[in-house]
Design a protein around this ligand. Structure first.
Ligand SMILES: [Zn+2]
Length: 350
C-alpha cells in the first residue's frame, strides 16, 4: 500500500504527498469526512510517507524547493534519527523499508494509533464497549509524546474516531496540540467534526475527505474479493462509504438466511433486529435504504400512469419512515410499517 493505492481522494492525497515531500508539516492535522471512505488509511500512509527511508535521492532538490513553498501553519522537519538512513523524499512510501513495514504491521514504535482498541487494552476492557475515548487514555498516550523517538525522525499519533474523545479528553489534549515536542504530529481522524471542541479545531489544520464515487467503492470491494455483481449492487447502496457497503453486506447475508411463509416474513425480519438499540436503529436504516432503492427502481421502470404514481407515493412514504428513524420512535414499528407498505406493491428487500 502507499498513497497510490488510495482511491478517490486525488486532490487531498496530492496535498499530503507535497507536505510529506516538503517535510514541513502542521503538528496537528484533522482528517474529517464520512465514515468508511479511507481517512484512517490516508493517515497511516501519510505516517509511512513521512518516515519512509526508501532510497530515492534524486528527489532531494525537489524537496528543498517544496520546503520553501509550503507554508506558515507548519513546523520544519526534525533532524534525521541517528538510526535511520537517508530520508526518503518522494512524498510517498516505498512499502519496503523497515519503517514502512513496521507501520503496516502496526508495530512501529514512533507511530501509534490511539483508538477504542488501544483504550480497551489499557483498561483491560472489551473493545466493543468503548463508546468514548477517555481522559486516562489521553494521559497515557501523552506520556509517549514526550519520549524521544526510537526509530524514525517523526513521531506520529493517529487518533482514530477522534469525535469520540469526550470533552475532558479534548480539553486534556489542548496543550500538546498547541505546543507539541519538535517532530511530533497528531492526526485526528473524525467522522463528525461538529463533536470536536472549537478549540481543538482551531489548533488543527483541517483536511476534508469527501464521499467516494460508486465506481471507487465498487473497485475497492472487488479488490477485497467480492464478485463484480455483488460489488456493484452494494456500491449503489453504500452512499460512497466502503464501511457502509460492508455493513449492508452483513445485513443482506443475515436476511438471506431468514426463510418464512409470506405472512410470517415481516414479523421475522423485524424481530431479527439486534437487541442493542443503537445497532437496531442502524440496521433498520440499512433495510429502509434497501427498500428505497428497490422502490425507486420499480417507479422508474413504470410508464407514466396510476402504477407509477403509486410507486412515487411509496418512495415518499419510505423517505418519511427513513426520517422517523432519526427521531425517538420505535425503529421496529417504523420498519414494520415500511415493509407492509412496500409489500402491497411487491417491493422487497434486496
Ligand atoms: Zn519505506
Amino acid at each position: 500500500m502507499s498513497f497510490k493505492s488510495i482511491l478517490g481522494h486525488e486532490g487531498t492525497i496530492n496535498k499530503l504527498n507535497a507536505l510529506a515531500a516538503g517535510g514541513r508539516v502542521p503538528p496537528a492535522l484533522l482528517f474529517y469526512g464520512p465514515e468508511g471512505i479511507g481517512k484512517f488509511l490516508a493517515a497511516k500512509e501519510f505516517a509511512k510517507a513521512l518516515n519512509c527511508t526508501g532510497p530515492d535521492e534524486t528527489l532531494r532538490d525537489k524537496k528543498q524547493e517544496l520546503k520553501e513553498e509550503i507554508g506558515l501553519f507548519a513546523v520544519p522537519a526534525p533532524a534525521p534519527h541517528p538510526s535511520s538512513s537517508i530520508p526518503h523524499i518522494s512524498g510517498d512510501a516505498c512499502d519496503r523499508c523497515v519503517s514502512c513495514s513496521q507501520i503496516d504491521k502496526s508495530v512501529h514504535p514512533d507511530v501509534r494509533v490511539i483508538d477504542a482498541e488501544f483504550q480497551a487494552l489499557l483498561m483491560e476492557e472489551n473493545s466493543q464497549k468503548q463508546k468514548t475515548l477517555r481522559i486516562d487514555t489521553v494521559r497515557e498516550f501523552t506520556r509517549y509524546v514526550y519520549q524521544k523517538p526510537i526509530l524514525s525522525s517523526w513521531k506520529v499519533f493517529i487518533i482514530n474516531d477522534a469525535h469520540t474523545l469526550n470533552t475532558n479528553s479534548q480539553n486534556a489534549m489542548l496543550k500538546i496540540l498547541e505546543e507539541p515536542p519538535p517532530g511530533t504530529i497528531f492526526i485526528l481522524v473524525a467522522a463528525k467534526r461538529n463533536l470536536l471542541l472549537p478549540t481543538i479545531i482551531s489548533r488543527s489544520c483541517a483536511i476534508e475527505f469527501n464521499r467516494l464515487s460508486p465506481a471507487a467503492v465498487e473497485e475497492l470491494l472487488e479488490r477485497g474479493g467480492m464478485t463484480l455483481d455483488e460489488a456493484s449492487a452494494l456500491s449503489e447502496l453504500s452512499g460512497g462509504s466502503v464501511k457502509k457497503a460492508g455493513d449492508i453486506k452483513e445485513v443482506r447475508d443475515r436476511l438471506a438466511g431468514i426463510t418464512a411463509a409470506d405472512s410470517q416474513k415481516i414479523f421475522k425480519l423485524v424481530s431479527s433486529l439486534p437487541r442493542e438499540p443503537y445497532m437496531a436503529r442502524e440496521e433498520a436504516k440499512i433495510m429502509l435504504d434497501m427498500l428505497l432503492v428497490s422502490a425507486r427502481k420499480k417507479w422508474l421502470a413504470q410508464p407514466p400512469g396510476k402504477k407509477a404514481s403509486e410507486h412515487a407515493a411509496l418512495v415518499r412514504k419510505l423517505l418519511d419512515y427513513r426520517r422517523f428513524l432519526n427521531q425517538n420512535v420505535s425503529h421496529g414499528l417504523v420498519l414494520e410499517a415500511a415493509l407492509l407498505e412496500s409489500e402491497k406493491l411487491s417491493v422487497a428487500l434486496r
